[in-house]
Design a protein around this ligand. Sequence first.
Ligand SMILES: [Zn+2]
Ligand SMILES: [Zn+2]
Length: 223
Amino acid sequence: MRICENVYWYREKGWMDANTFVIKGDVTVLIDPGLSEYAWRKCEEMREDGIEPQEIDILLITHSHPDHCDALSVLKKHTNARIGLHSSQAEWASLLSEASFHFLGVKPRDFKADFLVEALKAGREERSQGERNWLEVLHTPGHTPDSVCFYLPSHAVLLCGDLVFERGIGRTDLPFGDEDALKASIERISALDVEILLPGHGNIIKGRENVRKNFAFVMNFFR
Ligand SMILES: [Zn+2]
Ligand SMILES: [Zn+2]
């Protein structure tokens, strides 16, 4: 489903799946592929929106829980897209994968980084095209140590993974969760100019005032 110019949403399909987002541009990016068993249904939905999965250049994740990252290797194999990880994700992926298996009974399929997203940032000056769709990567630990948000300043769109949801916050009772870190991350992120908030689960939130109210509401969980 098209959310705004160049931004598409494929809703989570079931247990242990997550919302998937595609940002179309000179470089087309897919964020949080979700669980492998639902990947083809999402690819079908992309085709209905006029996006061929083969067009995807880069696969990114908000964190390495299986509901977000499991389909990375399947999609990489079928699209030849490159996997970009934040350095914290490259560092934590295997530990979080083991922990997910023990606590959730699900282990994500193995994946590794083709490049670190920080490297993209360093190359920003060299980019002559695609600047309009430039994605900022913001490290927002708490739900996991490797959680990141993706911010599209040109559209005031924020993809926040399991940081916050509509009237909810990411759980911190799973291994390596940290409530104080989550609170600090939410406080930092809530200062951004956000017109459209795209969480990893549940509904999306549209409108600056609704996004602001939601951030104000979720801070109550910490009091
Ligand atoms: Zn998670
Ligand atoms: Zn999740």
